[in-house]
Design a binder for this molecule. Sequence first.
Ligand code: ADP
Length: 454
Amino acid sequence: MSDCEEEKIKYHELLERVKSLEEENDSLAERAEEILLLSMLGDTISSIDNEKQLIEELLEKISILNNISLCCCYEIIEGKYHLYSGYISDPYINEIAPEIKLGNEILEEICNAQMYCGLATEGKGLVYPTHVTDNTEILIVYFNGRQVKEGVFVFMDEKNGHTLHTKLMVVRQAIRMVVARIENLSYIAEIEELNRDLEEKVLKRTIELTKARDKAQESDRLKSAFLANMSHEIRTPMNAIVGFSELLESKSCDSTEIENYASLIYSNSLSLLNLINDLLDFSKIEANQLQLHCLSFNIHDTIKEVEMLTRSLIRQYDKPDLSVKVVNEVGSKITSLHTDELRLKQILTNLLSNAVKFSFKGIIYIKYELKGSQIWFSIKDEGIGIDDGLHEMIFSRFSRVTDDVNKTIAGNGLGLTITKNLVKLLGGRITVNSKLGYGSEFSFCVDVNHCNKV
Ligand code: ADP
């Protein structure tokens, strides 16, 4: 072989080598671009927490780094493709597809391979924006997720040397990254929401538990106070009954003494009986066991009866400056009332005996009037009155006002609790209006037809 021929062969070999190096170079450059795109995208998306912005970022990066003139994202809602976001790098294209329709062939391919890549004008049922030419290539990548919407990314470009096919890998990778980020974001949002929900529930439960604990502590305190009070309430009449019975037994009593002792035994027995009745009623109310026995009765007769009882109480308490007056505002509009008479009398008696107990002079008014389907009763006295801040407390079980005057007056703190519950059972409500030093007025209503309703 001549030198010249050898030179020629070497030259061709060199050319081949250069060509393969150039190809290698190109593919390395492409790979570098891909890595650049993915790393830029990775950096950017980690700081974005808005779905739309993430998709815009993805479209822009793919378009710029891969030199693709039109990149769009469509969401699929009820089988229709709605443009979600778009990016166009070509300044001459100023219109993007308002809507795309995909032909069956393409849809089938997307369904099988989750993507489609080919010429836009292959007549497979695509509806394009006006700038599409015979040379326009289209790449469609389907995406969906548990949290993200279902949709497609659509890329379009004029076929120029290398096709969209060659960019498929990197485009898919980029889409996967962004979709994963969106999924993560929605998981984070879901977790945050669950967290908030849980925190709210814990807070609510803590408040409930604190309230329950406070209530239990208060109840405990009241029960201890009640027991201490009760032993006094029981012992006092019991001691009187036992003491005076002993005296009665001794033969030395004259007839006046016998009369006095007997009357004291009687009154102490009564107060013991009242206490036992209160306790029984209270436990029935607490256990929701109190039953109504409704009958029709004459309301005016009932009021007369409680008026008489009040007079006898005033005598018993030996309060000559105290009197009682009935104010009938019902007139003859109504005579018969259908409710539990015994319980109504109990309410009136409780309020009236308090009026007698906590007053030393003046008039105790028993007023009753008709308002719609309700009868309102009010018991008003001119007694010691109740401090403004204690109006609610006095209706709680075992609660009593503990000032010096109140301490000298017997009671167990159950009367108003029972009264309030009885009024409620009769379908009404009770209010108090009282001023310290001036007297009190307790008003309650009873629904005329309540018994028919229960
Ligand atoms: P008790 O009378 O046995 O103490 P109540 O539950 O009937 O229990 O009443 C609770 C407290 O309310 C009484 O201890 C008293 O301090 C106050 N109270 C009730 N009625 C009156 C009233 N008419 N005037 C002044 N204070 C009253």
